[in-house]
Design a protein around this ligand. Structure first.
Ligand SMILES: Nc1nc2c([nH]c(=O)n2[C@@H]2O[C@H](COP(=O)(O)OP(=O)(O)OP(=O)(O)O)[C@@H](O)[C@H]2O)c(=O)[nH]1
Length: 130
């Protein structure tokens, strides 16, 4: 099982940061929450702080953990650990994604999401995180 973390970054007005995977990569062109694989010896929360610095140049604090999602794209199972996060410093700039976008609830529904993220979006919609 590959452990993966993903951050639901909130802007304080009910919008979430969606990130587009670059063409040519696995799931290229799909939208996801920024994050990545947990390294040996790292907690999921530490992994997310590290990944968001690398991918977006922001420092975050993690808050609520949502329900992990187990998914298999045909390359072996991944377990995706979603966390609500808040930016402590920096403005997000895409270092590894082809595009990033702040989205309200309606806009989120229009994007072509990685399949493992769909249950996470549903859980977030059922919460009141503003
Ligand atoms: N970071 C991230 N990864 C996700 C999300 N949803 C989802 O299915 N994944 C999958 O989780 C795996 C690990 O993500 P990653 O960003 O570290 O992987 P990567 O592209 O560098 O790895 P790769 O070299 O295996 O393609 C990828 O297969 C990715 O498609 C998500 O919301 N965020």
């Amino acid at each position: 099982m590959i452990e993966v973390v993903a951050g639901l970054i909130l802007d304080g007005t009910g919008r979430l940061l969606a990130c587009k995977r670059p063409e040519g990569k696995h799931l290229g062109g799909k939208w996801e929450f920024p994050g990545g694989k947990v390294e040996p010896g790292e907690s999921p929360s530490d992994a997310l702080v590290r990944e968001l610095e690398e991918e977006l140049g922001i420092r975050v604090e993690t808050a609520t953990a949502l329900t992990p999602v187990v998914w298999d794209y045909g390359r072996g199972p991944i377990r995706l650990h979603p966390f609500l996060c808040r930016i402590l410093s920096g403005q997000p700039h895409p270092h590894e994604h082809s595009e990033i976008r702040w989205c309200g609830p309606d806009e989120l529904g229009e994007l072509d999401w990685a399949e493992a993220d769909v249950p996470i979006l549903e859980e977030w919609r059922a919460m009141d995180t503003r």
